[in-house]
Design a protein around this ligand. Structure first.
Ligand code: SF4
Ligand code: SF4
Length: 359
């Protein structure tokens, strides 16, 4: 099949598999993105993420150098449903609900899944399909934790542009997308980078409660609730805790402020049941998540993005969120955790939560 026709067919197949956008770019090094990433490391904005190293950035910026057989990179965006921003579901049973980032609530056929696994499966299905069209094609996929600058790839492949909140905004589904990329050994025609941008809009900048968006498109990870609740290990700095609201895993506030998302995003997820036997819900029961045992945490969140925090990480986040929720009905659960939780970081966070509620 001729390369332009193959590319069009690949794009159609990607959409059939559920991707919202598909574009192609060259394997030329991503020099600008490399420079930005190294500057972020040098400025300390990535402190606390020891895996985000200079070597990783160098390698990620030069996929063609690492995989000399690669001739192009396919950029893909998988849409997910945003959560309803409401903080209360109208529960009448006193449940105190927090927030999980919507991407963590990714489902596949009704089952909670880790989006890494979901995207990897869909990318592999796309490569299998391609193998049926072109014999001997080599491929290497990258899904979030792979070594690739996925946002730079998406931009250069024209499937979206970087918003001032630093997430990629696609024309198909706004910024509520998960990115993936596949390096291929065939030279598909490349797309032009997106010429769009945020224009004069600045709506996301004041929406960030911790001031983590330090300049348009520049995030200080050390202040970002997403980083603090997911990546950060140990105690969360006291001065940031009151600004974290009721987020127990991730944060979607800058995305929820974006007018482009309001226009393009799919319908929001339901609030979610107060108690779910399996998987994350957008508005979890904070007291219940605070007191999960290791076995209960594993049974609930195994195979989902929330498993990344570990039981103690989630409990720490929930203790802070309960302190911020301002509902003294949380005191018994916080007091039990302050005394009985096996993890010292959780016990301290619970004491902080109690102090918030009791003045
Ligand atoms: S995810 Fe939340 S904390 Fe992080 S930059 Fe966006 S609004 Fe700020
Ligand atoms: S809120 Fe406005 S400035 Fe921020 S990403 Fe969306 S369009 Fe860009």
């Amino acid at each position: 099949m001729e390369m332009a026709a193959l590319k069009a067919a690949l794009s159609d197949q990607a959409r059939r598999l559920g991707f919202a956008a598909c574009g192609v770019t060259s394997v030329r090094p991503f020099t600008e993105a490399r420079g930005r990433a190294l500057a972020a490391i040098d400025a300390g904005r990535m402190d606390g993420m020891p895996w985000y190293t200079r070597d990783r950035v160098e390698a990620s910026a030069d996929i063609g150098g690492r995989y000399p057989w690669a001739r192009c990179i396919v950029a893909l965006a998988w849409p997910y449903h945003p959560a309803s921003a409401q903080t209360s579901s109208g529960d009448t049973d006193g449940t105190i609900r927090g927030r999980f980032s919507a991407y963590a609530c990714t489902e596949d056929g009704g089952d909670a899944v880790d989006y890494h696994d979901l995207l990897a499966q869909r990318c592999d299905a796309l490569v299998d399909w391609l193998g049926g069209k072109t014999e001997g094609v080599r491929a290497k996929r990258f899904v979030d934790h792979g070594w690739a600058l996925d946002r730079a790839i998406a931009e250069r492949a024209g499937i979206g542009f970087a918003g001032k909140h630093a997430s990629v905004i696609t024309l198909a589904a706004g910024s509520y997308v998960l990115l993936a990329a596949i390096a291929l050994s065939i030279a598909l025609p490349v797309d032009a980078p997106s010429q769009r941008g945020c224009g004069r809009c600045t709506a996301c900048l004041p929406s960030c409660p911790t001031g983590a968006i330090v300049a348009p498109g520049v995030i200080d990870a050390r202040r970002c609730i997403s980083y603090l609740t997911i990546e950060h290990r140990g105690s969360i700095p006291n001065e940031l805790r009151p600004m974290m609201g009721t987020w127990a895993f991730g944060c979607d506030l800058c995305q929820e402020a974006c007018p482009i998302n309001h226009r393009l995003a799919p319908l929001p997820l339901a609030v979610g049941a107060a108690t779910t036997a399996r998987g994350p819900v957008p508005h979890p029961d904070l007291a219940e998540c605070l007191e999960l045992t290791d076995a209960e945490f594993t049974a609930r969140f195994r195979g989902t993005a929330v498993s990344r925090t570990g039981r103690a990480g989630l409990a720490r986040n929930c203790a802070i969120a309960l302190g911020n929720a301002g509902d003294r009905a949380a005191l018994p659960a916080l007091q039990r955790s302050a005394e009985l939780d096996p993890d010292a970081v959780v016990r301290e966070a619970a004491r902080w939560g109690i102090a918030q509620l009791t003045g």
